[in-house]
Design a protein around this ligand. Structure first.
Ligand code: NI
Length: 182
């Protein structure tokens, strides 16, 4: 079993840019990781967390927008509809807030931690979180949505984050400039 406490990786960590591998067979290992991911998410006051954010290249996420915890494996976005634009933060890019255009409604197929197939129809915030986490599973981050102007504004911060992530000492700097941390 891996370490007891999972550390959330921040910008600069290679795992954040890796594409997640589908989980072939769901085992105790995956259930254990999902529980630890949920703990890490709650401890950081986040509403979503993807496995790549804790350095694991498996297609798994946890999320809780206040209406219950989801532990999802092998996510597939099958339908999207409409549009919503809002500010998003990310536990892996602390201190940065980006305006991201997302679909308003989504339908996602996945498996729960026992391998049971699920279909989730979500809208608004829940749909936003799902899209954000599915991005993580593809190695995509909110900063990839930044406009040229936003990019110029956040470049310095990103450089700092990159240096800090090499030091692995970022846990102290929990600067939150964004309400929504995913
Ligand atoms: Ni995120």
């Amino acid at each position: 079993m891996p370490e007891t406490v999972l550390k959330i990786k921040t910008f600069g960590a290679a795992s954040l840019r890796r594409r997640a591998k589908p989980v072939e067979e769901i085992t105790e290992y995956h259930r254990d990781i999902l529980s630890k991911m949920a703990r890490a998410m709650y401890e950081s006051s986040g509403v979503g967390l993807a496995a790549s954010q804790v350095g694991i290249d498996q297609d798994m996420i946890v999320m809780d927008i206040g209406s219950g915890l989801y532990k999802l494996i092998n996510l597939r976005l099958v339908k999207k509809e409409g549009q919503q634009i809002n500010l998003e933060g990310c536990l892996s890019v602390p201190g940065i807030c980006i305006k991201v255009k997302r679909a308003k409604k989504v339908m996602v197929c996945a498996k729960d931690e026992n391998g049971k197939p699920l279909t989730i129809e979500a809208q608004d915030l829940l749909a936003r979180v799902l899209q954000h986490e599915i991005d993580h599973l593809k190695g995509k981050l909110i900063i990839d949505y930044a406009s040229l102007l936003e990019r110029l504004k956040i470049n310095k911060k990103l450089k700092e984050l990159k240096i800090k992530s090499q030091d692995e000492e970022l846990s102290e700097s929990k600067t939150k400039s964004c309400q929504l941390q995913l």
